[in-house]
Design a protein around this ligand. Structure first.
Ligand code: IPE
Ligand code: IPE
Ligand code: MG
Length: 231
């Protein structure tokens, strides 16, 4: 089975650059190239949705100089709207964009609006995203709507991911084996794949490796494997 939705924790940019005695920022730039490569691969392999973790709510603790470079990388990505339009990509952003400089938040809104009619690959970019912030803001939204009790659907609809599918598989590059506050609820039944390759090196071979690894997994959702259920 091919996954319908793959989410990527794009980790290892800094180490990739440091190994080349280059500034960490160079790693982030090359990380953007890997993102573009993965968008093309997702189209080629007919994946419906890819999510990229671009900036976490904890990444504000990085040096301001690195944050400023990341802002410039986001600006550059957001200026390339025609590229995504021509690929029939539909862009979505999840996270609290309000903490970014206004021009970045505006460009995200503009890019969402300009691609919302597209029918191809869904590309979801998580920016200033953290599951705890997401849950907290969802609860606040529900409270503001005056609800006394909530159903599961109310919670789902108040999350940033309302209307989007949930990942079938979460892939983390860079060797760390943790989720770092990423889509904790939405990944409740996702398959997890951790690979040592640093994000800027993620290529077609790695992508196909992810598809093969996913195909080998048995998803049971708390039930039984199909063969066992018959016994
Ligand atoms: C991930 O790469 C990109 C962001 C968190 C923005 P890192 O910058 O965390 O790279 P490493 O983990 O230090 O190598
Ligand atoms: C996770 O990477 C966040 C993104 C990829 C945007 P980090 O490098 O920030 O995660 P930790 O600090 O190693 O957990
Ligand atoms: Mg990291």
């Amino acid at each position: 089975m091919t996954p319908s939705h793959i989410a990527f924790i794009m980790d290892g940019n800094g180490r990739w650059a440091e190994r080349r005695h280059m500034p960490r920022n160079y790693g982030h730039k090359m990380g953007t190239k890997a993102l573009e490569r993965v968008v093309d691969l997702a189209i080629k392999y007919e994946i419906k949705t890819v999510t990229f973790y671009a900036f976490s709510t904890e990444n504000w603790s990085r040096p301001q100089k690195e944050i400023d470079t990341l802002f410039d990388i986001f600006r550059n990505f957001l200026s390339e709207i025609d590229k995504y339009k021509s690929k029939n990509v539909k862009l979505h952003f999840i996270g609290n964009l309000g903490r970014f400089p206004q021009d970045i938040a505006d460009s995200c809104a503009e890019m969402t609006a300009q691609t919302c009619g597209n029918t191809g690959l869904n590309v979801v970019v998580a920016m200033n995203y953290g599951s705890w912030e997401e849950i907290t803001s969802a609860v606040n939204r529900i409270v503001a709507a005056g609800k006394q009790t909530v159903a599961e659907e109310d919670v789902k609809n108040a999350l940033y991911t309302a209307g989007l599918s949930y990942p079938d598989v979460v892939v983390r590059t860079g060797g760390e084996v943790r989720l770092s506050n990423f889509l904790l609820l939405q990944s409740a039944y996702a398959e997890l794949i951790f690979i040592n390759t640093l994000w800027p090196d993620f290529d077609e071979k790695e992508f196909v490796g992810v598809l093969n690894e996913y195909a080998s997994r048995v998803r049971k959702y708390g039930g039984l494997k199909k063969a066992d259920a018959k016994a």
